[in-house]
Design a protein around this ligand. Structure first.
Ligand SMILES: Nc1nc2c(c(=O)[nH]1)N=C([C@H](O)[C@H](O)COP(=O)(O)OP(=O)(O)OP(=O)(O)O)CN2
Length: 353
């Protein structure tokens, strides 16, 4: 097996969770053995793009993959974690770079190893220095590069477990419990901060991720341009950004394909979950579903109807239980063609939410 060193970084959403998922993905591959993992570090962005600080780490793996095959596995893991390549050296949910592959020197269209930027980046060298010893062929070079970079503008500091997502949420929920006059140490609340942290990691797992990536498109000549595709009454749950209270209901989506390009039916409910798993508003969910459908499919038109109930007007304020709010948005032929729009709208009953 070749000894390989990977650098991992993330600066979108729950950064450490994305890195942990990436490492889990690597370790799940039967041809990859995670031999050692460095600590997590908070690092200043390198490369001139104004963006949020990164969390970085590194792993030493043993693998039977060739460098190109390993790169393919890495790209699959990145794309499964909503990685989009929009701005060079810009924000990303996760980035995994091959830094060293044994003592190999590789220069292909897709791969340069050792990584050409490695010795200019503290966020790469400091975690890798945790994983190597004086027997590693590049050990002295790494140590010297770290010393010289330390006097420049790159900052790096070990993530104190107290700063990671779960601990941050738990700490602040404990403060809130005290602030509202309850006792966070009483039997019923002692585990609440931990439960809330685990819940937030789930219901807010789209925060910071701009575009939906988890879809598959098909060319389907049968779906000629006159056939509307509707996926109706998709249940969703979200949290309003005004009071951090739940709102929930059903989303119905219709679109008219262009040139027979269609999306896998299961992907539309996944898209609804993606846009809902953020602090949002019903109007924004309506916009986001339509905008993402337009971005992905460039169809002849899209229609979105959202019916929802809002805990913030049922449990507080005007306190009207059972009130259902409907928001709609249309584009293309659904905007221009009254008959098509009415057919879609009339097919959706508000029903029980
Ligand atoms: N503090 C940090 N700054 C930067 C990081 C990081 O992880 N921590 N990462 C980058 C780069 O975007 C990332 O390392 C990828 O760079 P590189 O492999 O050199 O080039 P790519 O082709 O993969 O770059 P793309 O962004 O995918 O085009 C920058 N700063």
């Amino acid at each position: 097996m070749d000894e390989v060193y990977l650098s991992l970084g993330s600066n979108i959403g729950n950064r450490q969770a994305f890195l942990e998922q990436a490492i889990h993905g690597l370790g799940n591959d039967p041809q990859i053995l995670i031999e050692k993992q460095a600590d997590f570090y908070e690092t200043s962005p390198v490369g001139g793009v104004k963006q949020r600080a990164f969390i970085n780490t590194a792993v030493k793996i043993g693998t039977t993959y060739s460098p190109e095959a390993l790169l393919e596995v890495i790209h699959q893991i990145e794309s499964g974690l909503h990685r989009t390549r929009k701005i060079h050296w810009g924000p990303r949910t996760v980035d995994i770079d091959i830094i060293f592959f044994g003592n190999q020197k590789i220069q292909t269209a897709n791969l340069s190893v050792p990584h050409p930027e490695a010795f200019k980046r503290l966020f790469v060298l400091v975690p890798i220095l945790e994983l190597v010893d004086e027997h590693f062929s590049q050990y002295e070079q790494i140590k010297q590069a770290v010393e010289s970079l330390k006097n420049q503008d790159q900052t790096i500091q070990k993530v104190n477990p107290a700063n990671d997502f779960a601990t941050e949420v738990k700490t602040n929920v404990t403060h809130i419990l005290s602030a509202i006059g309850d006792d966070p140490n009483r039997k019923g609340l002692i585990e609440t901060p931990d439960r809330v942290a685990r819940m937030y990691a789930d219901i807010f797992d789209s925060i910071g991720i701009e575009d939906f990536q988890d879809y598959k498109l098909f060319d389907s000549p049968e779906s000629n341009d006159s056939k509307t595709i509707m996926v109706k009454e998709i249940p969703f749950y979200s949290m309003c950004e005004h009071h951090m209270m739940p709102f929930w209901g059903k989303v119905s989506v219709a679109y008219l394909p262009d040139n027979g390009k269609i999306i896998g039916l299961s992907k539309i409910p996944r898209l609804v979950d993606f846009v809902s798993h953020k602090l949002s508003l019903q109007e924004k969910i309506t916009d986001d579903v339509l905008d993402q459908m337009e971005k992905i499919l460039h169809p002849k038109g899209v229609g979105v109807v959202v019916d929802a109930r809002h805990m913030c007007i049922e449990m507080r304020g005007v306190k009207k239980t059972g009130t259902v709010t409907r928001t709609t948005k249309f584009s293309g032929v659904f905007q221009q063609n009254d008959e098509l729009r009415s057919e879609f709208l009339n097919s959706i009953q508000v029903g029980q939410i």
